[in-house]
Ligand binder design. Sequence first.
Ligand code: AHM
Ligand code: MG
Length: 337
Amino acid sequence: MEQRNKTLGEFLIEHQTAFKYSTGELSKLINALRLAAKVVNHEVNKAGLVDILGAAGETNIQGEDQQKLDVLANEKFIQTLKNREIVCGIGSEEEDDFISINSQDEQHQNKYVVLIDPLDGSSNIDVNVPVGTIFSIYRRVTPIGTPVTLEDFLQPGINQVAAGYIVYGTSTMLVYTTGHGVNGFTLNPAIGTFYLSHPKMQFPETGNIYSINEGNYVHFPQGVKDYIKYCQEEEDDRPYTSRYIGSLVSDFHRNMIKGGIYIYPRSSKARKGKLRLLYECNPMAFLAEQANGLASDGYRRIMEIQPTELHERAPFFCGSRKMVEKAESFMAQYTDS
Ligand code: AHM
Ligand code: MG
């Protein structure tokens, strides 16, 4: 008989029973994200038609206002999650404050909050370079049935129940974990279905790719400068290859498949780096650890950091286990770096 890949829908149903006390709420939530992803994918794919459909801020030929894609992606994800009444709160890179959602259904009081970066790397849209959506899911800590508070969002990454990303690339993929490994699903655009294409994804233990914006070199801590020089030395399997798309999801995705390290360090210009702890670093860290990789701020495990702000930033070192350990060993040589 012909072997057929599982669809994401089938996979969700099959794995729902793997969770103790599961009510199917988490599966429904991932299902909703899958749906919004398909809508956003459609919009992202149209981005190149800007001369035909009109640029952001303009009115197109049908009289519709064209929105910036990151704003549109934000609306699509929030709308989908709100309409389906499956979460009690949402935090987004595009929203200053978190959104509290009161379920109308007394019987079904939701326990999950979602943190999302609806369209990461959106500065790449204009030049046809892959962008992504990143999401992170937690169980609320305040009582079910009451409005969510900031406390529900300010949880360390180790409390994540699920996390994942969608990469809108040469093909569109949804990659996620619920703490039982990482699985990747590729969208067949002809029929709008995600198929399990990358089961049990794993970072190679080490690799030969380093991804960092070297244009900021002069502003980097000495430990990072030394590590870059180490990557460039001619010794053993080095020099490594430098690959930096400037789109976290794409850089991470490539490194997970090929073996590599992504670094966005703090610098003399940005003391805590650029990336956001709650909806960029933590979900990627959860995925990395579930795929046998590591994620650190240069000194400590990302997922153990106790956040104090919704849009908090953190330095980020993430990828193949041995490469992250090596970078950390360079950081450890300087107390003030
Ligand atoms: P964004 O959330 O404003 O899109 O910024 C996040 C992005 C990451 O995807 C990417 O790795 C990084 O910013 C690139 O930053 P830089 O241009 O400073 O290298
Ligand atoms: Mg972002």
